[in-house]
Design a protein around this ligand. Structure first.
Ligand code: ADP
Ligand code: MG
Length: 522
């Protein structure tokens, strides 16, 4: 059975009765120690900083806090059915005139979203979706407001602002967002007033209630995706240069229960006991091993990359290890998607330059350079997910467990499978590329990047940030470059092999485009 993430395939072998070697190795033997630039624990934040759905005054003491925390934990573990149905009647039009509501919306936006809205995409929940994910979605009683509706329209990390006049209803809705359905409540239900000339006149000044929720999960609880493997979410922290929005990305080994559920979904015919054995192996050995390696790779890149590339890969901000020393939780800088769209050519150049820097300056190969693992921030293209990465020249076979994991990963990764198929069908004839099939080699990265830049819309999250017109001259030139990489005239003496070769080819296209533009304007 084909699976998206290489890690699963390794486990598949267990079900066929072969027991992978025990992973008792000391993690420090597997990789150089992580160089977190902020020592773990220095970031004083809790992953579960969640304001209450009720106004602050209604919260009572530490006992309730503890109770809430336990309830939250339970909720996480059991994924209760969302109270969506019960909320339907909230769509009944709230009292409060439309004009008053709009004034209250403006007050709430000014109070909470000034920074959030600057340079980002905002929309009203009542407007027809434009097919774009937005960063700020605002709703009032007459508009769609349920968590699932907001989730579908918001980017990861985007916020939902709700403003109404009925305290009870606003409170009920806030509760549906509170740590559930992929959101956390960032600002609890708060009374707001639309003062007139700075004055609040009782009985006259419009007043209402608002709350703010942020989409912190990549997928909704209970949903399944082939795109991601780990549990990755946004966690709150104090605002700082490293966390300008007050959030960091937390990547952790998924829970056992979650993983069993996912495996059951993926392999419905497998025996439960076999799935449980697989889940155990993944949770205890495979995931922690790769997360430990990822933390180390991020540390190496912060140390060795030239400054202009350092913020194009995640900066590690803290780790939590288990008693054996394996990383189980990794906090890193949030490279928030956004900014103005870039051209297909800029996307290609920036990606290739970043890849060349990672290969040449940090001596690291990514090995899983799918579009899902690329981001576009206002500073340009970045790469995330160094979970499969390897040091160039690293002898993974020196550790039997690691050797086995990498062999399996190279045999089954999505990129490798694609490469295999393309070689088989004659779509790849470049010897330098076909000889790395099944291997951990940096040419795998340049191969895949060459494929991606010709079809840059594979990731729905990036679609609106890359200007791509299939029919354009530039798209044609980029496709021709990709073809020259994959099927050179002389397969023995291919012109393109490394990421730097790709950069050179792209720069030539850039010059041609500039010349053509100059000619047109003269
Ligand atoms: N530091 C980061 N900044 C921004 N987005 C990130 C960051 N790390 C992960 N992501 C997002 O989370 C997704 C899943 O994280 P990733 O590290 O790729 O986990 P997995 O190994 O499960 O694929 C990525 O595809 C990306 O969209
Ligand atoms: Mg990924």
């Amino acid at each position: 059975m084909a699976s998206q993430h290489p890690i699963y395939d390794h486990i598949q072998r267990d079900a066929h009765g072969r027991t992978p070697k025990a992973a008792g190795s000391d993690p420090d033997d597997l990789i150089p120690p992580p160089q977190a630039s902020v020592a773990p624990g220095k970031l004083a934040y809790s992953d579960q900083t969640r304001p209450s759905a009720k106004p602050i005054a209604k919260r009572r003491g530490w006992f309730r806090g503890l109770q809430r925390m336990l309830m939250f934990k339970q909720a996480q573990e059991t994924d209760p059915a969302p109270p969506q149905a019960a909320l339907k009647d909230l769509s009944v039009k709230d009292e409060g005139s439309a004009k008053h509501l709009e004034r209250l919306v403006a007050v709430a936006q000014r109070r909470w979203l000034r920074q959030e809205m600057a340079g980002r995409l905002s929309a009203r929940a009542g407007e027809a979706p434009q097919g774009k994910f937005v960063d700020v979605l605002t709703a009032t009683p007459g508009e769609p407001k349920l968590p699932d509706e907001a989730f579908a329209r918001l980017r990861w990390g985007g916020v939902f602002l709700y403003v109404g006049t009925n305290e009870q209803r606003v409170g009920d809705l806030a509760q549906a967002y509170d740590g559930q359905r992929g959101f956390i409540l960032e600002e609890p239900v708060t009374q707001i007033h639309a003062n007139v000339y700075g004055l609040r006149i009782p009985g006259f000044t419009p007043q209402g209630y608002a709350f703010l929720a942020r989409k912190t999960q990549l997928i909704q609880p209970g949903d399944f995706t082939e795109r991601f493997t780990y549990h990755v979410e946004l966690s709150r922290c104090p605002k700082s240069d490293l966390a300008p929005d007050g959030y960091v990305v937390t990547k952790r080994v998924p829970t056992y229960a979650d993983l069993v559920r996912r495996l059951r979904h993926k392999f419905p015919d497998a025996e439960l006991s076999a799935l449980e054995r697989r889940a155990h192996k993944l949770i205890e050995h495979v995931f922690p091993t790769f997360l430990t390696r990822e933390a180390a790779m991020l540390g190496i890149m912060q140390k060795n990359l030239a400054p202009e590339y350092r913020d194009k890969v995640p900066k590690p901000l803290g780790i939590q290890k288990d008693s054996r020393g394996f990383v189980r939780t990794l906090h890193m800088k949030w490279m928030r998607i956004g900014g103005e769209p870039i051209s297909q050519l800029d996307f290609a150049i920036q990606s290739a330059e970043l890849l060349a820097a990672i290969h040449e300056q940090a001596s690291i190969m990514h090995l899983d350079l799918r579009m899902d693992n690329m981001v576009i921030t206002p500073k340009g293209v970045g790469f995330v997910d160094f979970g499969s990465a390897c040091k160039i020249g690293e002898q993974v076979n020196q550790s039997p467990m690691l050797g086995e994991l990498f062999t399996e990963m190279m045999r089954t990764s999505q990129i490798q499978r694609m490469l295999g198929k393309m070689i088989e069908r004659g779509h790849v004839t470049n010897n330098a590329i076909s000889e790395v099939y099944g291997k951990t080699d940096k040419t795998v990265d340049s191969f895949y990047l060459a494929v991606q830049i010709a079809k840059p819309h594979a990731n729905p999250d990036l679609k609106q940030l890359i200007e791509y017109d299939k029919e354009s001259d530039v798209a044609g030139m980029l496709s021709a470059l990709t073809a020259a990489v994959l099927r050179p005239k002389n397969p023995e003496m291919a012109q393109y092999k490394s990421a730097s070769d790709l950069v050179r080819g792209l720069r030539r296209i850039e010059q041609r485009v500039a010349k053509a533009a100059a000619k047109r304007s003269s």
